[in-house]
Every structure is written in structure tokens, then in C-alpha cells.
Write a protein that binds this ligand. Structure first.
Ligand code: BTN
Length: 224
């Protein structure tokens, strides 16, 4: 594991590392996210981790990241849901986000960096709107380091399942913590806004909607 006090983004550094390496920073000056602004605010008290992997089957891999965070949070008594594709939310507030970056050789994934940001002990005033930090939810919140250790163990345990059985090995667990059928969502594709009702996740972890659409990637998705 590589631990830095500060960097631009652990996501970029991880590409320089051997597969299997975790890169963690106490703060990031240019943390990258998936939201409309594509930034991840990274003050002290958050866990900022990127995991460099070699050629893996990318199907479902971002769900794996969300599930590992979910398992850790439930270990400390916080029950979250997975907002497709891979964020962890507590009611209407986001506590963690996952950013998968894959590289391809033709149609084969040749390497992947899974970035994860978790608000563990972040001063609420430093967080964006509709965010929450673990220490606001439980009396005995872990340190960032303790949370990071547990998260690395959960990620490695899930990777073993993924290598053996693919997404099928943990899809039911993901489904049981995902947006329930009937949830209204709005989503953006090529800048255009659409609306729909969740039906569930298919075998590849894509989001099925009641009108028959199957979402593989969106620019943004919100609950209505
Ligand atoms: C999201 O917007 O939901 C995804 C956020 C991912 C943030 C993490 S923090 C560690 C890694 N380094 C980055 O620059 N981003 C990811």
C-alpha cells in the first residue's frame, strides 16, 4: 500500500503502480468524481483510495466497490443503499462514491483502477450539499485508517469471489441493497434528461426500467 499525505488524485498515481497496489491519500487537491462537476471534494477526514488492478472482467466491478463500502459501513452500524451504479447513500445524503477507470486493448479490459471516496470523519461544513460523514451517524466512528484497513480486506474478499464467479457471486447481495422497484429516477444521457421507474438490475448489473429501457451508463442519475 502507498500512503501519501497529499496528492492531486490517487486515481492518476495508481496507474503508475503494480496491479494489486492500493494508493491512499489524506487529502487530494484535484479529487475526481462522477457528478456533473466531475470533482470529489477531498478534505482531511475522508478516505481517498485507488486500487490498481490488472486485467479483470469489468462487468459489475463498480458494483463490487459500492458493496465493499456498504459491508464496512454496516459493520459500524450504518445501513446504506446502493444508488446505481455505485454510490452509497443514507436516505437523501451521499456518504461514499466509486469511480472505476478502465483501460482497454480492443474489447478486452487490460487494467482497471477502482477509486473510492468515503466520508469517514469529515467536518460537515467542508462537505458538498446532500453529503454526510460516518462520524455524524454513529457515536463510535472508526478512524480513517481503521476504515481503510477494513475496506481493503472487503475489497480483496470480493475480488476473490469476482475472479471465481464474476458478478453472479455477489449480485443478489447488491440487488438486496439497491434502489427498490418502483423508485422514480431522472437521468441524463448526452445532456438530455429522461425519467423512469426502476425495475431492478440485470445479470450484468445494468439498470432496468419499467418502460423496458436498460441503462448501461448515464451522465447523472437522481431519485425523484
Ligand atoms: C463519485 O463522484 O461518486 C466518485 C468519487 C470517487 C472519489 C475517489 S477518492 C479516491 C479516488 N481519487 C479520485 O480522484 N477520485 C477517487
Amino acid at each position: 500500500m502507498i500512503h501519501l499525505k497529499q496528492c492531486d488524485s490517487t486515481q492518476d498515481l495508481a496507474w503508475e503502480c503494480e496491479p494489486g497496489t492500493f494508493v491512499v491519500a489524506d487529502t487530494q487537491t484535484r479529487g475526481r468524481g462522477r457528478g456533473p462537476e466531475r470533482i470529489w471534494v477531498s478534505p482531511p477526514g475522508g478516505l481517498y483510495l485507488s486500487w490498481r488492478l490488472g486485467a479483470v472482467d469489468p462487468v459489475g466491478f463498480s458494483l463490487l466497490g459500492g458493496l465493499a463500502v456498504l459491508r464496512c459501513l454496516s459493520h459500524w452500524g450504518v445501513h446504506v443503499y446502493l444508488k446505481w451504479p455505485n454510490d452509497c447513500w443514507v436516505e437523501r445524503d451521499k456518504i461514499a462514491g466509486v469511480l472505476p477507470d478502465a483501460r482497454w486493448r480492443g474489447s478486452q479490459c487490460s487494467g482497471l483502477v477502482l477509486g473510492i471516496g468515503v466520508n469517514v470523519q469529515v467536518e460537515p461544513a467542508l462537505l458538498p450539499e446532500h453529503s454526510v460523514s460516518l462520524h455524524q451517524l454513529v457515536a463510535q466512528a472508526p478512524s480513517v485508517e481503521e476504515f481503510g484497513q477494513k475496506l481493503r480486506a472487503e475489497l480483496e474478499a470480493l475480488l476473490a469471489v469476482h475472479v471465481r464467479s464474476g458478478l453472479a457471486g455477489y449480485l443478489e447481495e447488491v440487488r438486496s441493497h439497491s434502489l427498490p422497484p418502483g423508485t422514480g429516477v431522472a437521468y441524463w444521457l448526452n445532456g438530455e434528461r429522461f425519467q423512469g421507474e426502476v425495475l431492478g438490475l440485470d445479470e450484468q448489473g445494468f439498470l432496468l426500467l419499467a418502460d423496458g429501457s436498460r441503462l448501461t451508463a448515464v451522465e447523472r442519475l437522481i431519485l425523484l
